[in-house]
Ligand binder design. Sequence first.
Ligand SMILES: Nc1ncnc2c1ncn2[C@@H]1O[C@H](COP(=O)(O)OP(=O)(O)OP(=O)(O)O)[C@@H](O)[C@H]1O
Length: 253
Amino acid sequence: MQIGDTSAPKPILYVDGVTVTFDGFRALNDLSLVIAPGEMRAIIGPNGAGKTTMMDVITGKTRPDVGTVAFNGDVDLTKLDEAAIAQLGIGRKFQKPTVFESHTVRDNLQLALAGLRKPFTVLFAKETAKERQRIDELLELTKLTESHGRLAGDLSHGQKQWLEIGMLLAQEPALLLVDEPVAGMTDAETAETAELLVEINKTRSVVVVEHDMTFVKALGVKVTVLHEGSVLAEGPLDQVQANERVIEVYLGR
Ligand SMILES: Nc1ncnc2c1ncn2[C@@H]1O[C@H](COP(=O)(O)OP(=O)(O)OP(=O)(O)O)[C@@H](O)[C@H]1O
């Protein structure tokens, strides 16, 4: 699909011919990937395939040597810094949870909702009815309604991950990037996280990097397999798992 093609909906994310080199080593090698608006895509690939580097390029943490990275059709992300990209509506959930442990669940969401306002002002300012409603919605979505008054530091690992996802949603990203969300989760938490992402995907695009195939299967979305910085295969999970080249890469043959 061409960026200038007016007959097709503009991709929410368009990555074309991206190469990133570290000391001569190609972490991304002519990588091309298109995410449609409203799509959820799962990215898999062996260690060192370039998954994190790809997320870094999208969020402006790493600059490509060459290639195009465009958001919403025509916003050139390679010209923007991390703060500007976040502001545009690209949220990133890193692997480890980074919630404010000594604040309650509700306060964490309130801080996220307020964004750039100073934390002290936020916690002592009166919550508007609209803010309260949005926080209640986020609590329900992340299954934290009953835990709203608990300190974030006392939550289970899975709940902390959900809280942080809720905090990112408070900023209403059009595209949510999620890096290995179920690492360290119980099977039940993993299943609930898949449900959560499916629900989130009803209102925004999602790109999720994950090694856990049970989780990826539960998402039921198109999968992109990265290998040595390029796309090795793309399609439904069953199809890519049956692909000879994918099997070779995963078995290390
Ligand atoms: N800042 C850096 N300097 C040098 N090499 C790097 C740097 N960042 C990544 N690399 C290398 O680039 C390759 C791709 O790394 P990347 O972290 O993107 O892979 P990944 O698919 O996310 O792997 P994993 O599943 O292990 O997280 C690796 O070989 C890595 O060692």
